[in-house]
Ligand binder design. Structure first.
Ligand SMILES: [Zn+2]
Length: 247
């Protein structure tokens, strides 16, 4: 199936799930050309969790899409939460079953970490993920080879604002976002912190004022080859490209 057919099918599925849970219609999937306009792909790891639905509501209010890398055992514990993420028009990626350092595992456990998570996501959303991110973004050749066998492209990030460290002082998270985001950045965040959701609520208007479109990883990067690796684990030099907005 081609990317467009898949996107249309996903859109229909997302609308159906949205209707099933009685939520507002999914954000209309207007295609965005990230070669022509400024895009950023916010990614949220480690959910679903207690703050995920509030984040979805905020994203919905801003007609923003994002990518959620979900942990398999959390999806299995709360499959409806994962279905709501898909129903809101978000992309879902595989964040392993239990968030180990994948580079320390024997091959059969690497395979099980990816496969169990993709199975759990597909069981509740009807959609098998094509993207994966490992716990901590740790990768080696064995992990990439298994990702390739399972049809998964590995996505790390361009911008890491350390929201999990800055939980008590989110001004530091905001500062990294201000300085590091540039067109086509993939940004690592975690919807497992209430303060991260607060920062996103405050920061989306800044991105909008700077002309950014909030899209999923696949919308921004296009289909990625299984077994490939995008991005790194550190921030590069600051871009200082964003203009802050009052308030
Ligand atoms: Zn994680």
């Amino acid at each position: 199936m081609g990317a467009w057919a898949r996107r249309i099918r996903n859109g229909l599925l997302a609308a159906a799930v949205g209707a099933a849970v009685g939520s507002a219609p999914a954000a209309t999937a207007q295609p965005v050309d990230c070669a022509a306009v400024k895009c950023v792909a916010l990614t949220f790891d480690d959910g679903p969790g207690p703050y995920t639905d509030r984040l979805l509501q905020i994203l919905r209010e801003h007609h923003a899409r994002a990518t959620f890398f979900l942990i398999g055992d959390k999806v299995a514990a709360d499959p409806a939460a994962a279905a709501r993420i898909a129903g809101a028009g978000m992309e879902i990626g595989n964040h392993t079953w239990s968030h180990p350092d994948m580079t320390t595992l024997p091959p059969q456990e690497i395979a099980a970490q990816f496969a169990g998570t993709s199975d759990a996501i597909e069981a509740t959303t009807g959609q098998r993920p094509t993207l994966a991110r490992t716990g901590g973004g740790t990768i080696d050749d064995a992990v990439l080879a298994e990702a390739q066998r399972q049809g998964l492209a590995v996505i790390n990030w361009d911008v890491v604002p350390f929201d999990w460290i800055n939980d008590a002082d989110v001004s530091a998270t905001r500062e990294v976002l201000m300085r590091q985001i540039r067109p086509n950045s993939v940004v690592l965040l975690h919807d497992t912190f209430a303060t991260t959701v607060d920062v996103v609520a405050e920061f989306l208007p800044v991105l909008e004022a700077n002309g950014y479109h909030l899209v999923t990883v696949t919308e921004m990067l296009g289909p990625r080859p299984p077994g490939s690796l995008y991005g790194g684990r550190d921030n590069g030099p600051p871009a200082d490209e964003l203009v802050d907005t009052p308030g």
